[in-house]
Design a protein around this ligand. Sequence first.
Ligand SMILES: Nc1ncnc2c1ncn2[C@@H]1O[C@H](COP(=O)(O)OP(=O)(O)OP(=O)(O)O)[C@@H](O)[C@H]1O
Ligand SMILES: [Mg+2]
Length: 351
Amino acid sequence: MCGARRGRRFVLTPAVSAPRATEAVIRVEALTKRYGDLVAVDGISLAVERGEIFGILGPNGAGKTTTLEMIEGLRRPDGGGVVVDGLPVWPDPNDVKRRIGVQLQATALFDYQRLHEIIYIFGSCYGIHRGRDACVALLERVGLADKAEAFVDELSGGQAQRLSIALALVNDPVVTFLDEPTTGLDPRARRALWDVIGEINRDGTTVVLTTHYMEEAERLCDRVAVMDRGRIMALDVPRALITRLGAEATVRFDLSDRVPAADLCLLDGATDCRAVENGYEVVADDAQRTVVSLLELARTRGLRVAHLDIKGADLEDVFLSMTGRKLSDDEDEANASALKKRRRFGFGGGR
Ligand SMILES: Nc1ncnc2c1ncn2[C@@H]1O[C@H](COP(=O)(O)OP(=O)(O)OP(=O)(O)O)[C@@H](O)[C@H]1O
Ligand SMILES: [Mg+2]
C-alpha cells in the first residue's frame, strides 16, 4: 500500500503518492504534555496507517520521545487522547501495552546474560515461553542468530540496537515503536539496520520510529511527520513534502578557467549563482535546462566542466522552510546526546 519501497527496497517514494488504504492503527487527537512551564507536546493530532513505516523527524527536544511515550502508555498526557488498535490508551494503558513492542531511546540490560536467555525472559513477561530454537529464530529476524550464546557485554553498538529491536518483537506486536534506532551508528551499521526494519515491516508489523536523520526518514519511512518545538509542522509522504515545497535544485561544478559569476546567472533556468571554494553553485528552477546551457557556454568559451553535481531538494529544505533552521546543525549534538543517554543505561553504542 505504501509506495515504491515494497519490492524495491529503499527506493525513494514517487512524487505522486499512490492511493492508499486508510485503516488507522493509531489515532492521536490533540495530544498535549507539559513539564512545568514547558509545553513539550503541543496538541498534536495524527493517524498511523496499518502496515506502514511512520517516521517522526525532528531535532533534539522537539518532543519525539514524549509523543511516543504517551502513545505507548508510558507517559500520561495532560490533554488529548490516543487510540491504538481500536483501544483507548488512557486511562488504563495495560491492554495496549500487551499489543505493542517498544524500543526505548535507552535500554538497560544485564551485561552477563546470553542473548537467547534475554529473549526468553522478555517473552515470559508476556506469558510466552519460547524454547531455545524459537528464541534463536527471533534473533535471526534481526541478524543475530550467530550471537545467541553471546553476552550483551560482547555486542557492538549496531548489534545492541538489533537486540533491542528483537526485544520489541517478543510479543509479536501489532505496532513496534523504535525511538532513534540508528542514532550513533556508523553509516554501514545504520543502513544494515534499515534492512532489518524493512524486513520486520514486510513481515506485517506497523513501525513507528523517531529520527533526526533526514536520509533515514526519506528512504525508510512511508510517511513522515516533521516535528519541532512540540508541534507537527508537516506530515506526508517524504517525496510529497519535498515536491510541495517547489524547491529549486543546486547545480554545482567547476570550470577549467575562472568566469565572472554574473555570467553564470544568465544560464537558462538559473535563479541565483555564486562562486564557492571549489567552483560554482547555480540555483536552478529547471536543472536540466541549466546544465544544457552550462555545457553550451563551456563549449563556446573553450572551457572544461568538472565535478558536475546536481543536488535536488530534500527534507532538510522542507525543515528549513518550515522553521528557518537547519536540521543537520543538530545532528552532531543529537548523536552525542543519544550516545550519552544510551551509555547511562547500559548499551555501549558505537563500539
Ligand atoms: N521528564 C522531563 N521533565 C522535564 N522536561 C522534560 C522531561 N522529558 C523531556 N523534557 C523536555 O521536553 C522537551 C521534549 O523532550 P523529548 O525527550 O520528548 O524530545 P526529543 O524530540 O525526543 O529529543 P531527542 O532528539 O534529544 O531525543 C525537551 O525540551 C526536554 O528537555
Ligand atoms: Mg528522544
